[in-house]
Design a binder for this molecule. Sequence first.
Ligand code: FEO
Length: 182
Amino acid sequence: MLSEKMNEALNVQANRELYSSYLYLSMSYYFESINMKGFAHWMRLQAGEELVHTMKMLDYVAGRGGRAEMLAVEAPQLSWASPLQAFQHVWDHERVVTGLINSLVRVAESEKDEAAKDFLQWYVKEQVEEEESSDNVLNKAKAAGDNKAALEAADRELGERHFKFPRGFEIFPYAGFAKIER
Ligand code: FEO
């Protein structure tokens, strides 16, 4: 059984994961609006991945006999000055999320909840990957700079991204959204 404090902290983090999904979906439609369909595709998959992070956490709360609660989701930014600014935002955002996950591990420690601490290691590892992929896309945007041909090449490259949804999420509706017409 989860303590009240642990239950609440997990619900709050699930909400931040859902906000991440909303933020990346917002970026996806921003990229679509400037006709960068590969970047839009990458962001759409990222939004789907964040929804998995959300539901995995809520499933855990429910599975431990806690109460998964849907908190209000903050509205994300709608537009960015350039692809570089959007990818810089991803980079910054993922560092914030890493800090939140680390704080959540501290809550599990203070609540002496070894099971929650063990569960959260999945997110600790996931953040290493999330930071790495945000480095990767930011570097591509930086290297392209204002060069239109280089940006189009990066757009094509990110349009090739695939994401295998984890077990239990195979019929995830976002999986069908991943296809883009090129
Ligand atoms: Fe779920 Fe990108 O952090």
